[in-house]
Design a protein around this ligand. Structure first.
Ligand code: ATP
Ligand code: MG
Length: 408
């Protein structure tokens, strides 16, 4: 045995972005940046470019479990692994693989080689066979090509070969930031954080906007929204949350509108205001957690009535999902526990027993003609607080002088 110590790498494969023609390098650069940001503070450095994969050098002190834990929430990653590299020599590969094999007995295995470097004299199949034979000789393992307990993967690239034993499935999707910006309407509920997650998954930068009923309700939903937005930053969400009190405007709407139209009008208020935030943030669309027919306000006719005030597209990634599917996703992305906490939602303010399910545009036009909408939108915007969800609770409290006074 030589005393050659193979270097340790993180190998990242990106599925879908491989297909994106001219945009390819922009996508890859964004993915590399997002990965480095996610792994910051760990001893991980970007390495040379290799064909079709991103390679990072892992320092000796790095805990692989921590790298894997963090990487699982980076969109654009198809799968990744901890790999070792050896020079382009079959003997070097055999020796290093044998030295790194997990110490297990009686298991089945398979070798799978991919060769980006077609100049290497051995074919993928040659390598599979030779390495397989060497492993059989050194262990009591047997070959099983269909359901192996362990897969030894080899990738032959231009200056070296990589090998690894376990692939970790990534979050897939597209790198956050490569699809433009959306403003997501984030309530304290279950659906809208899941909607934000799906927009992140498709590569959007997602800025959240929350409306609350202060001063007519407590700020409980706002605390939930801050925490939800903070959890979403773990998936690449923006740390900026716009928090907007609309209680007084809701009271005005209540005073001047028929009860059955209130919910639709509250929603039209939110869309109008969110659209102004979108302008500031350079966003190209809004997104919501609406799912068709889930509640009375989410009928096709009502969605149409809400959408009428939108100049930007309103994206609704949950539109075809059942509540159970949404709940399961919320659990997986770790927003469910927060969403399930009780917290007054501003939309429950002054809600009649029978809200309209087939809102009529003419009726809305009639009602709104008598209402000062420009003034209301300006008023809502002027009350907006821009919160950095990573700030300490004490710093976040600085936005609420009246609360601080009460606490003092
Ligand atoms: P969620 O669980 O997201 O609150 P929901 O099923 O309770 O959804 P609604 O309350 O009718 O549905 O809200 C529909 C969508 O409108 C939400 O998914 C969200 O995108 C937006 N929305 C509702 N209330 C608010 C709010 N207070 N602030 C920001 N957006 C809101
Ligand atoms: Mg809700």
């Amino acid at each position: 045995m030589s005393d050659f110590q193979p270097k340790q790498y993180l190998l990242v494969h990106y599925g879908e972005i491989g297909l994106k023609g001219a945009n390819r390098s922009r996508f890859i650069d964004a993915l590399r940046q997002n990965i480095l940001q996610k792994l910051s503070g760990l001893d991980v450095r970007p390495d040379r470019k290799r064909s079709g994969r991103l390679v990072f050098r892992l320092g000796p002190s790095v805990r692989w479990e921590e790298v894997a834990r963090r990487l699982r929430s980076v969109f654009g990653v198809a799968y990744f692994s901890r790999a070792w590299s050896v020079p382009l020599k079959m003997e070097a590969l055999e020796e290093a693989v044998l030295a790194h094999l997990p110490r297990k007995s009686g298991i089945s295995f398979a070798v799978r080689t991919r060769r980006a470097n077609k100049q290497f004299p051995l074919t993928s199949m040659d390598i599979d066979r030779r390495l397989g034979a060497a492993i059989r000789q050194a262990t009591d393992w047997h070959v099983d090509l269909t359901h192996p307990d362990l897969t030894v993967e080899v990738e032959v690239v231009f200056q070296e070969m990589f090998f690894y034993f376990d692939r970790v499935t990534g979050a897939r999707g597209m790198p956050v930031g490569t699809s433009g910006t959306v403003v997501n309407l984030l309530s304290g509920g279950i659906d809208s954080p899941v909607a934000a997650w799906y927009m992140l998954k498709r590569g959007c930068r997602v800025v959240n906007v929350h409306f609350h009923g202060a001063p007519l309700t407590s700020r409980a939903s706002e605390v939930k929204a801050i925490e939800l937005a903070r959890i979403l930053t773990g998936w690449g969400g923006s740390p900026t949350l716009y928090s907007i009190p609309i209680g007084q405007i809701q009271a005005e709407i209540m005073r001047t509108s028929p009860p059955d139209y209130r919910v639709v009008l509250y929603r039209r208020l939110m869309v109008r205001v969110a659209q102004e935030i979108a302008r500031r943030e350079g966003a190209a669309a809004l997104s919501t957690g609406e799912s068709l027919a889930q509640v009375a306000s989410q009928t096709l006719r009502n969605l149409r009535a809400i959408e009428q005030v939108a100049e930007l597209p309103i994206l609704r990634p949950l539109i075809g999902m059942d509540k159970e599917e949404i709940v399961a996703r919320a659990e997986q992305i770790e927003t469910l526990a927060i969403s399930n906490l009780s917290g007054e939602d501003c939309c429950t303010l002054f809600i009649p027993k029978h809200p309209v399910t087939g809102a009529k545009l003419e009726r809305i036009a009639e009602i709104e003609a008598r209402q000062p909408w420009n003034e209301w939108v300006d008023k809502a915007l002027s009350g907006a607080t821009v919160i950095d969800v990573h700030a300490s609770p004490v710093d976040i409290l600085q936005h609420y002088p009246e609360l601080l006074e009460r606490l003092a």
